[in-house]
Structure formats: structure tokens, C-alpha cells
Design a binder for this molecule. Sequence first.
Ligand code: NDP
Length: 313
Amino acid sequence: MENVIRCLIIGSGPAGLTAAIYASRAGLNPILYEGSQPGGQLTQTTDIENFPGYPEGIGGYEMMEDLRKQALRFGTQIRVGAITSVDFSQKPYSLVVAGQEELRAHTVIIATGASARYLGIEDETKYRGAGVSACATCDGFFFRKKTVAVVGGGDTACEEALYLASLCQKVYLIVRRNVLRASMVMQKRVFAAANIEILFEYQVAGLTGNGKVEGADLLFRKGTAEEEKLHIDIDGFFLGIGHKPNSEVFKPYIETDANGYIITKGRSQSTNVEGVFAAGDVADPDYRQAVTSAGSGCKAAIEAERYLLEKNL
Ligand code: NDP
């Protein structure tokens, strides 16, 4: 087993990388583990227009590359591998990478983010990779000049719909209520797009197709006296219904809320286990923005530094 790591950061989104920048500049020699999606969710976003400092906006992938370079510049060690189990019952804490290598750490910053949610219908699994996707920027290219549907009414769904509208012939936006939840600026863009048709008050009953998605069966005002069926012909089906926090591995020790978000104490990023901090989407059911994630990563690193100093580690 190697020496005890002073500051172990799990996750490479804006929270993890900002924590790494602060921790490395503070001389904590942080080691950061990036999981299966290096750079996190932002690498799948097209343009980020609301991160301060970029008046013209910046591509998600580009911004994450810059953050990574900044963390490397101050000496962060970035390693690839998912943390598959932890033992926070004894200090220094123990963590296992990919079910094999065991690490020991004095402080841990959990910045594992969140993953796309699925509706939970059988056909999503049946057609996964055959027309079903939760990432328009990853898979939209396959549906050029075709017809697709996006489910959801938040910023994610609107952003996906707008991106797809630039490539596809037609985009249906399937919204379960009679309003969008997305920000006004996004709503305006969606309403203005000539090839986006919004289907308000529709839910997805199932997908159809021979080996790949060819259509969707929808229900208008499901479960009411006005319930009506509608079939649409589509080539692609995109999920945009939000995300779930990646906190499963830590749950035996770390307190989460009913939806799995890690609970942090008051204004701090500390969890119920001392020396273990959480930052970014995994601990944020409310804001989930790149800039708030980065801010919480900064706070976690400063708190880790204070803890190490206090404990003389
Ligand atoms: P949200 O939670 O904001 O929205 C989820 C949407 O999916 C809602 O419209 C919700 O409907 C709908 N939904 C949830 N479950 C189902 C279901 N089972 N069937 C049908 N519809 C469902 O998540 P987002 O991922 O859109 O956004 C998360 C956060 O990230 C927000 O703060 C957002 O502002 C931010 N964001 C910002 C972006 C930007 O600024 N460029 C881009 C993407 C996200 P209902 O409204 O009825 O609950």
C-alpha cells in the first residue's frame, strides 16, 4: 500500500478540478481520480454562456480542458479509475479503486457529480444505443435531417432540443405539465425555433420499432377523463429529465437526503464524517450550476486544508 494521501479528490467536473487547483496551490499534494466521464457532465454541453469571465461563452469540453490544465500546472496528480468502495470507519480512510487497489487518505473530497435520469420504462433499455440516448451532443450527429423527440421541460431538455433542432429536420419536445420549467431565455429560444413542436401534457407510454426506435406512443393527460393516445414517428429518443447524484458508494458512511444528495453541514462542505467533504452536484439539489460547483469545490479544498492543519497531518 502506498503512503497516506493528504487530500484525495474523487471526480473531475468543475467541483473536483477547482478543489484540485486550490488544494495543490495550498501544498496538499492532491490526487484526483477521474471516473468514466473525465471532465464530467459539462463535456457533453455545447456552449456555456453563464460562467463568469467568458463574454462570448465557451464550449463545455474546452472549459474542462482548461480547468484540467490549471490543476496540473500546480501539481495535481490526475489518475483514471472509479472508486468502488470506501471504509470511513477508521482513520486514515480507506478507498478501493476499481475493486482492486486500496488507497489511504487523511481527507477526501467527494465530487462525483450526477448522472442522467431515465423514465424507467422497459423500452428505454430495449432500445439503448438503438435510438435512445441521454446526450444530444454525443449522439445528435447520428440523427442529422431526421425526426427526434426529447422528454423533459427543464434547461437540459430545452438545450438538447435546441441543439438537435440545428441538426434534425424536426424535434418534438414532450413535456408532462402544461408549462416549461426551463429559464426564460431557454424557453424563448425553444418557442422561436421553427422545427421544434412542443407537446404539452404528454407522457411516454412506450417506444416502437424493429430493432431500433421508429416511433413513440404517448398519452395526453394520462389518467384523466380526457386521456388520449398519440403515436409519433421518430428516429431518436432523448432523455432530458434531470439527474441523480452519484453517491451510492459512500452511502454506508455518508448521510444523504431522500434523493441521494449528500448532506453538507450549514455553510460548509463537510459531511457527517470528519475530514470527508462533498462538493458539486453530488451535494447540491438546488443550484447545479458550473459556477456554484466550482465555488463549492473551492470551499471543500479550503476546509480540507484547515482540517489537516488542525490535526497536524
Ligand atoms: P430539472 O430538474 O430542472 O428539470 C427536469 C425536467 O424533466 C422537468 O421539466 C420535469 O418536469 C421533467 N421530468 C422529470 N421527471 C419526469 C418524468 N418521469 N417524465 C416526464 N418528465 C419528467 O433538470 P435539468 O436537468 O433540466 O436542470 C437541472 C439544473 O441544471 C437546473 O438548475 C438548470 O437550470 C441547470 N441547467 C442549466 C443549463 C444552462 O444554463 N445552460 C443547461 C442544463 C441545465 P416537471 O417540470 O413537471 O417537474
